[in-house]
Design a protein around this ligand. Structure first.
Ligand code: ADP
Length: 481
């Protein structure tokens, strides 16, 4: 690999020789290739920013070396180091660091003033960038009048004005709302892909990891592991075993803060409790989200469960898929009663829970799933217990305790397994009984015609998946005929 950045055994010690001396980086060695998008990731305080700023040339390591484009940057003369920071590097900060008294245009062209360029060239270059990032119309405003997202786009423009080869960003979307954050992240990706800049980004937010070619996981001042992103075409050649091929590496992406030991535990627990792989579970989660959003009907959901994994399905055996679909929709439908109950109870009307289907459903669950037939006295008792739990007057633990308590003491007298089963089931209903789901229920999808808003949601879904889904449904219908 021809690396643009190399760090060799870098140590950074704050407050060296003082009582509060702190070693923030300990022997960090890494290589980054030109045009790579690298994310430094890890919990707060693990040394991400320290590593970023030592590469930026403003934090001299107490030991080791930082090489950029073949030069050991801390061996530069002071003026050479300044030129390196200006010409080779562009930087974006979490708090934008725009100068409030200057206009947006002046903020962006400021680095060019230092470069000694004539006014017209400076303004033209700065305006072109503002235009590119959709903020030319605010060029003459002061940054304080702009939204956070706009200010961060100004700072993207400023970081690029000198046409640097490397763009570094310290939690650049940490202060932004989700929509603005995504827009800025997409812009950085475009700068990496189209402008072919090397991007180094610091974040502690796992949802941004898919943007990177490689993720450097930091822990206590060290690079714990480097994981290439299998969904991105890599810049450097990845040796077999380096990419995400093992389940542990895959798990590390789902649970980025877990230690390798915790990941091994997760892998084994997964094996003991489900026959599905993590790939299948991740896809199943995605599909379940579409069900919750109301864009997948029962029939569509089942079709995807059984479809071959390679063609976009979950590759689950038909019998298991039937049970999963039945259970999923049962919980979702039954949780509608919780919504009704909450809506009425918020309006201060008393509602007789026994008249809702909830108790009937719980009764049915006990008979079918637990092979227990409660008598009318027990049902009455259960109705009361469920009511106070749904109201939130008692905790889950208290509800469970009441189920376990002997009939003589006013409990239901259930054994530990039945009590655990029933309590788990009710908690599922309560968890799903939020009005979000109910909104979608009002526009129930049918499998042949999609409601306009659902069709729009489908459009937003992965296009390949949509195609496969349509294909599956079409095939099923043709078969049915
Ligand atoms: P991160 O970016 O991962 O949150 P930092 O690189 O900012 O972590 O900091 C790493 C560690 O070094 C933290 O424990 C932090 O408290 C400490 N640290 C950072 N800057 C200084 C400083 N200027 N003086 C003393 N300690 C510092």
């Amino acid at each position: 690999m021809r690396s643009i950045i190399t760090t060799k055994d870098v140590d950074v010690t704050y407050n060296f020789g003082k009582s509060n001396e702190f070693k923030a980086l300990k022997g960090v060695t890494c290589e980054i290739a030109s045009r790579e998008y690298i994310i430094f990731f890890g919990p707060s305080g693990c040394g991400k920013s320290t590593l970023l700023y030592s590469i930026f040339g403003v934090l001299e390591p107490s030991a080791g070396e930082v090489m950029v484009k073949g030069d050991s940057i801390y061996k530069y003369e002071p003026m050479e180091l300044v030129m390196y920071q200006r010409k080779t590097m562009g930087i974006m900060y979490q708090s934008f660091n725009l100068i409030p008294s200057l206009t947006v245009l002046d903020n962006v062209q400021l680095p060019l003033i230092f470069a000694g360029l004539p006014t017209t060239t400076r303004e033209r270059t700065a305006m072109e960038l503002l235009d590119r990032f959709g903020i030319a119309h605010v060029a003459h405003k002061r940054p304080g009048l702009l939204s956070g997202g706009q200010q961060q786009r100004v700072s993207v423009a400023r970081s690029l004005v000198n046409d640097p080869e490397i763009l570094i960003a310290d939690e650049p979307v940490g202060n932004l709302d989700f929509v603005s954050a995504e827009a800025v992240m997409n812009t950085l990706e475009e700068i990496n892909q189209n402008d072919k800049k090397t991007v180094l980004l610091v974040t502690h937010d796992a949802k941004y990891l898919p943007y990177a070619h490689r993720v450097f996981y930091l822990d206590y001042g060290k690079i714990d592991r480097i994981v290439p992103n299998p969904e991105k075409r890599q810049v450097i050649k990845v040796r077999p075993g380096e990419t995400i091929v093992t389940e542990i590496e895959q798990l590390a992406r789902i649970y980025p803060y877990d230690s390798p030991e915790q990941l091994r535990v997760k892998s084994l627990i997964n094996f003991l409790t489900t026959n599905l792989s993590f790939d299948q579970i991740v896809r199943l989660e995605k599909m379940t989200q579409h069900v919750i959003e109301g864009v997948l009907s029962e029939e569509q959901f089942r079709a995807i469960l059984v479809a071959d994994y390679q063609t976009g399905g979950c590759g689950i055996k038909p019998k298991q898929a039937d049970t999963m679909t039945k259970n999923m929709y049962q919980v979702l439908h039954q949780s509608e009663d919780i919504i009704r109950f909450r809506r009425v109870s918020r309006g201060q009307n008393t509602v007789d829970l026994a008249k809702l289907d909830l108790i009937k459903n719980i009764h049915e669950y006990m008979v079918k799933e637990c092979q227990v037939e409660p008598d009318s006295k027990l049902l009455e008792k259960l109705t009361k217990m469920v009511t106070v739990r749904v109201y939130g007057y008692v905790t889950r633990e208290e509800f469970h305790r009441q189920l376990r308590m002997s009939a003589g003491d006013g409990g239901a007298g259930f054994d530990i397994y039945l009590a655990a089963d029933l309590s788990r089931y009710l908690e599922k209903l309560i968890a799903q009984g939020v009005s979000h789901f109910q909104q979608h229920q009002e526009a129930k999808p049918d499998s042949t015609s999609l409601h306009a808003s659902q069709a729009k949601k489908f459009e937003e879904m992965d296009k390949g998946l949509l195609w496969k889904l349509t294909h599956l449904l079409h095939r099923d219908k043709t078969k049915a005929k």
